[in-house]
Ligand binder design. Structure first.
Ligand SMILES: NC(=O)c1ccc[n+]([C@@H]2O[C@H](COP(=O)([O-])OP(=O)(O)OC[C@H]3O[C@@H](n4cnc5c(N)ncnc54)[C@H](O)[C@@H]3O)[C@@H](O)[C@H]2O)c1
Ligand SMILES: [Zn+2]
Length: 357
């Protein structure tokens, strides 16, 4: 078993990564500090994996709250369902919530844990690749507002993250590839050696080969943990995790959230960011091509956009919640693979760059 620690002083926690972890009760139970446990999941995942947590039912004062499946349920209404359940069951401040699911369930559960009685323990059991390498680590929790994603939330760290690699076998190819995009991001921004490892082994990785998956999740978590440990609340360094995301978020809005997965938009956004890094005179053509070619192996590409489309995309980028100076965008760019920096650029420059893509 691999264990990566997220080092945050008293709030440090382990990420366990291995095959078959859900069949090892003690991995989970060592982090449950009282008799009350509530599992939060969605209908799809519950059907596949809830029975694996049967031991909780036998050993604890157990309850489960099963939400409908989908990003559209990442809402205050779902939080209310959770709070109703917790109150009906007389859950105390000692209750532990267990998030069994992808990023949607993890984000909702984390935020519910942050709010209920001003904060109770929770454990992440991520079941998508994206959740195992990204959303379950680092303590960003949130729900969506009808007009904006992740607008209502808190920084709140879990007690532990339990990443059972076996659950990835039931994930759709599309979801798997979207998670891989975020993995490639880590290589781009922080670890050239990891990028090369991904590049060399991409065929086996695309086959979902478990031996490679363990390394891939472990190295991704290590990078995210290193970044989060240095900058938990995104005052500086953590922003490099947004590589490809300024473009990506705008692409999600442009294409419509129901038509494009986050990881797909980020993949396209990373290709744009690689070219932008070249445009701004840092990344070499050869390195930018390595990034583009690797993402193309996942069948990602930069789509064709008309001048009108590009204008819409830029206008959306200007509405990003992370903008500090009006009309100026903060882009995460690369000096080289493994070395990111942040540059403030004007709308005119972005417009010029995108129209010359
Ligand atoms: N907190 C963070 O730092 C952070 C980072 C990145 C993304 N996010 C959030 O994560 C969410 C996206 O997460 P996601 O990509 O995991 O999506 P998701 O949670 O919607 O899961 C994707 C789909 O896969 C299904 N699924 C999950 N596990 C499965 C399994 N093992 N087998 C078969 N199907 C399975 C789900 O039911 C769902 O239909 C977004 O809301 C995003 O905002 C948060
Ligand atoms: Zn992302």
């Amino acid at each position: 078993m691999q264990v990566v620690t997220v080092g945050l002083g008293e709030r440090s926690y382990p990420i366990y990564i291995a095959k078959g972890l859900l069949s090892k009760p003690e991995i989970l139970t060592q982090h449950i500090k009282s008799n009350d446990v509530v599992v939060i999941s969605n209908a799809t995942i519950a059907e596949l994996y809830l029975e694996k947590l049967q031991f909780l039912r036998e050993e604890y004062n157990y309850d489960e709250i099963i939400l409908p499946d989908g990003e559209q349920y990442k809402t205050l209404a779902s939080l209310e369902i959770i709070f109703d359940g917790l109150i009906q069951n007389n859950c105390s401040r000692k209750t532990t919530l267990i998030a069994l699911g992808g990023g949607v369930i993890g984000d909702i559960t984390g935020f519910a844990a942050a709010c209920y009685q001003r904060g109770i323990n929770f454990i992440q059991v991520p079941t998508t690749l994206l959740a195992q390498v990204d959303s379950s680590v680092g303590g960003k929790t949130a729900v969506n507002h009808p007009h904006a994603k992740n607008m209502i939330g808190a920084f709140y760290q879990p007690q532990a993250v339990i990443a059972d690699i076996d659950v990835l076998q039931t994930l759709s190819k599309r979801q798997y590839l979207a998670g891989l995009a975020e993995v490639i991001k880590y290589g781009c921004i922080y670890d050239a050696e990891f990028f090369t490892w991904l590049d060399i082994n991409i065929d086996e990785i695309l086959q979902c080969d478990t031996r490679y998956l363990i390394t891939l999740v472990q190295r991704s978590c290590k990078i995210k943990a290193a970044i989060v440990s240095q900058d938990e609340t995104e005052q500086g360094l953590r922003a490099i995790l947004n590589f490809g995301h300024t473009f990506g978020h705008a692409l999600e809005v442009f294409h419509g959230y129901e038509n494009i997965l986050h990881g797909e938009a980020v993949a396209e956004g990373m290709m744009m960011a690689a070219y932008a890094s070249q445009y701004f005179g840092t990344l070499s053509n050869a390195e930018s091509q390595r990034i583009v070619k690797l993402l193309e192996k996942l069948n990602y590409t930069i789509r064709k956009y008309s001048a009108i489309d590009l204008e819409k995309i830029i206008q959306t980028m200007l509405k990003d919640k992370k903008i500090e100076i009006p009309g100026q965008l903060r882009l995460v760019l690369l000096n080289k693979i493994g070395d990111a920096y942040i540059k403030t650029v004007s709308t005119e420059m972005i417009s010029d760059f995108l129209s010359n893509l």
